[in-house]
Ligand binder design. Structure first.
Ligand code: NAD
Ligand code: USQ
Length: 392
């Protein structure tokens, strides 16, 4: 298949591009490289030394002899070039990773809030609009988030895959309907993913676009069989307080002997998936497009759930590094349960990788190898969800 990967220079996008190319798909990466500029803005680098895009692509050509095309383009802003690209490539599938994805970054300041909304909503809107004009038969696979469901209102019930049966009551009348699961985002970033969902519903209904929205949990790990083939193919490893995600941060902190930074009581339960499973899930999603005119297909892309303090205690037992409970910079529930249905990807053939599969050691080894690149002053999360009130 011809596949365009939007955001293919990022953490999930790079590993996915290589995996799809290795599977024999013809891959075109689109990226405006903003994530590399954000590293400069924040004064922090990926723990692993990621190479410039031309070097990455040269290494892949040498390793697998399967060329990947790269187009530098802002999906949110360069609409005419995006539409022309879709018309030229005529993709069978478009994988959409091209959004600002860090919740703490999205909460840093008024600029960061507005940038995240502008970038993410405009990127998704432009992709859908350009598909209608240039490739209405293509299948869009979007990376959404488990965080659209929120963690406060599930009342212990299993979170279904996107939709829920509801009874509407109005003026003494009643009707049973199927609706999108009520959203409850916990950050400006997570809110943009709930807005994406409405765009998908509209374009599937009005234009018959084929759309899969993958509600993904927190991705952990860093390498895949393809990124391991050559050191120039190394994937990003974010560990800083804005972009680093919790499990990779704990494993990296353990590798350098930094106390494990648990926010609050650590009673937050979240969904997780290893990067190796991320790339497999996307390959499975591409192979099984919905029909034109079908409702948006929503799949929960996660393999297990864990409480943050349980993860920290487990890693502490493994490594001897202490756990440190810190004031929570976020506005989130201190304790929550989380039960998630992920039947669709399992039926499509996903064999889940679990924490117990020995891959945590691999992350620790990668972190130990590059420990001299770590700036310890950037580890603690400093982005606050709620602005402190000015003193009287
Ligand atoms: P990332 O920041 O590493 O990669 C995103 C890529 O998109 C970057 O290379 C960036 O330069 C590019 N990009 C952003 N805006 C763009 C624009 N307007 N035009 C062109 N390129 C643009 O993020 P990631 O961790 O790879 O996440 C990819 C997607 O998966 C995101 O949409 C995120 O919401 C979703 N997701 C990630 C995780 C996770 O734990 N990493 C979990 C669930 C969902
Ligand atoms: N946390 C800690 N200590 C830390 C870092 C985080 O206790 O050092 C806690 C947070 O307070 C939060 C939980 O761990 O309760 C998860 O935080 P995270 O940064 O790992 O994940 P999150 O902000 O939700 O975002 C990440 C990705 C995002 C994706 C989301 C999937 O950055 O792109 O959408 O995971 S999900 O969480 O399922 O919505």
């Amino acid at each position: 298949m011809k596949v365009i990967v939007l955001g293919g220079d990022g953490f999930c996008g790079w590993a996915t591009s290589l995996h799809l190319s290795a599977e024999g798909h013809e891959v075109t990466i689109v990226d405006n490289l903003v994530r590399r500029r954000t590293d400069e803005e924040l004064g922090v680098q990926s723990l692993t030394p990621i190479r410039p895009m031309p070097e990455r692509l040269q290494a892949w050509r040498e390793t697998r002899n399967s060329p990947i095309e790269f187009v530098e383009l802002d999906v949110a802003k360069d609409y005419d070039r995006l539409e022309a690209l879709f018309a030229r490539v005529r993709p069978d599938a478009i994988v959409h990773f091209a959004e600002q994805r860090a919740a703490p970054y999205s909460m840093k300041s008024p600029w960061h809030k507005r940038y995240t909304v502008d970038n993410n909503v405009n990127a998704t809107s432009a992709v859908l609009c350009a598909m209608v004009e240039a490739c209405p038969e293509a299948h869009l696979v979007h990376l959404g988030t488990m965080g659209v469901y929120g963690y406060g209102k599930t009342k212990g019930m299993t979170i279904p895959e996107g939709y829920i049966e509801a009874t509407l009551r109005s003026a003494g009348q009643e009707a049973n309907v199927e609706i999108l699961y009520p959203v409850d985002p916990g950050s400006i970033y997570h809110m943009t993913k709930t807005l994406d969902q409405l765009l998908f519903q509209y374009y599937a209904k009005n234009d018959g676009l084929k759309i899969t929205d993958l509600h993904q949990g927190i991705v952990w790990g860093t390498s895949t069989p393809e990124t391991d083939l050559d050191e120039r193919l190394v994937n990003r490893f974010d560990y800083d307080g804005d972009y680093g995600t919790v499990l990779n941060r704990f494993l990296m902190q353990a590798a350098i002997g930094h106390p494990l930074t648990v926010h609050g009581s650590g009673g937050q339960t979240r969904a997780f998936i290893h990067i190796r499973d991320t790339v497999r899930c996307i390959a499975l999603a591409i192979r099984s497009a919905p029909e034109r005119g079908a409702r948006v297909r929503i799949m929960n892309q996660m393999t297990e759930t864990h409480r943050v303090r349980d993860l920290a205690e487990m890693i502490s037992r493994m490594t001897g590094v202490p756990v440190e409970h810190r004031d929570n910079p976020r506005n989130e529930m201190a304790e929550n349960d989380l039960v998630v249905a992920n039947d669709t990807l399992i039926k499509l053939g996903l064999e889940p990788t679990r924490l117990s599969d020995g891959l945590m050691d691999e992350v620790v080894r990668v972190a130990e190898k590059h420990r001299e690149r770590c700036d310890t002053s950037r580890i603690v999360c400093s982005s606050l969800w709620i602005k402190p009130l000015a003193a009287e």
